[in-house]
Ligand binder design. Sequence first.
Ligand SMILES: Cc1cc2nc3c(=O)[nH]c(=O)nc-3n(C[C@H](O)[C@H](O)[C@H](O)COP(=O)(O)OP(=O)(O)OC[C@H]3O[C@@H](n4cnc5c(N)ncnc54)[C@H](O)[C@@H]3O)c2cc1C
Length: 459
Amino acid sequence: MPADADTPYDVVVLGGGSGGYACALRAAELGLRVALVEKGKLGGTCLHMGCIPTKALLHAAEVADSAREGSRFGVKTTFESVDMSGVHAYKDGVVARLYKGLQGLVGSWAIDVVEGAGRLVAPETVEVDGRRLTGRHVVLATGSYARTLPGLEIGGRIMTSDQALSLDHVPPRVVVLGGGVIGVEFASVFRSFGSEVTIVEALPRLVAAEDEAVSKQLERAFRKRAIAFRTGVGFESAAQAGDTVSVRLAGGDTLDADLLLVAVGRGPVTAGLGFEEAGVTVERGYVPTDERLRTNVDGVYAVGDIVPGLQLAHRGFAQGIFAAEDIAGLAPTPIDEQGIPRVTYCDPEIASVGLTEAQARRRHGDVETTEYNLGGNGKSQILQTQGFVKLVRAKGGPVVGVHMIGARMGEQAGEAQLIVNWDAFPGDVASLVHAHPTQNEALGEAHLALAGKPLHAHS
Ligand SMILES: Cc1cc2nc3c(=O)[nH]c(=O)nc-3n(C[C@H](O)[C@H](O)[C@H](O)COP(=O)(O)OP(=O)(O)OC[C@H]3O[C@@H](n4cnc5c(N)ncnc54)[C@H](O)[C@@H]3O)c2cc1C
């Protein structure tokens, strides 16, 4: 315990995931006295059960596909099998290295890391195992958990991403319940590993939060990959017997599988943590904040997945940094939620920033769009991938949405977010030179087209 243990901290952060640890690090950088309470492992969902392990699985999946497809490139390769213990050794090694790095990073700053489950016992006080930590400010960052549906109990062959991450075998038949980000990423991995996969989605299309054109292209690509999907169909029940889980759909169809992956979204971790008793408003489990991430209680902030909005690690980082700077009196500019890039790492990858065409029509009325096909992009042809870059602009105005799909297109999110967040006009981007041959050129070409001077595009 530090020598000045009786004086209050400047900031007590409850939860050491992306939002919480980013806040603690920035606050410490700014010279604030910080306590960071974590009941599990620093790094939270993203590092241990989310972004990093899933992307390692997706990379292993890509390697499996490359082994299968060598002959397309004139390279003689044979795909033998997927050794799940080897996959886990690789994945866990990546996580372990990053975890060690994060522990070292947090340790290098004067942050008191308090291990244990914390509870908000007063607006300025978090209690951990009987120890009271008082702060001039408290930042709530307790994250999220994998939801299920009423009556659908997790166990045995019915699992969420939490259990699916450490499966010791490749299940021959998988039903994925939910065609959102986590669902399509796991579907992609399972298919590349050799499973037969069927996605069941109640909404009319896969990745329904994306622009409709992106959903259509993904569905086309998944059909080619023999990933089956049933959209616009509700789930009714699931029953396990012997080696099989039978999934009954609304309308009466039944799908038999070896595994049912439930990927129906994530709920906030706020129950039983004393938030409401301390006066903090909780709505449907989430903690609403103003644009400065302040809750309704003076001195109490909330960041990350417990705050309604996009549940993404980089949003958590940005919110954590913002809260620390606000507490330090730096008056940071509020984060524009609409400008946060979104990447879905299935094959093909999806990356988007800003408004979909439908959202832009609702907001701006008249809009212009263009779709630049990756068929005209040299690097995409070298990679043998299909897809497009779609731009949406308010008529005569700046680009308000960029939507991309194709292998590796997630890497293009960087320029896309500069374009949308800096209110670039098509002509501004068209005047920038994009390196050849890169997939990044496709972004440049889409802007050339929207600026009325297309290069590799048919008239
Ligand atoms: C399968 C999967 C894949 C994902 N992929 C991506 C991706 O590719 N990119 C992306 O941006 N996002 C991805 N996400 C989402 C991302 O993981 C979350 O948005 C992010 O982790 C949210 O950060 P957070 O700090 O709000 O919460 P969390 O990371 O959940 O951290 C909360 C922390 O608080 C701790 N905690 C909770 N209650 C208490 C308590 N009472 N006392 C002490 N500690 C407590 C928890 O142990 C946890 O460590 C993925 C999520 C999943 C599940």
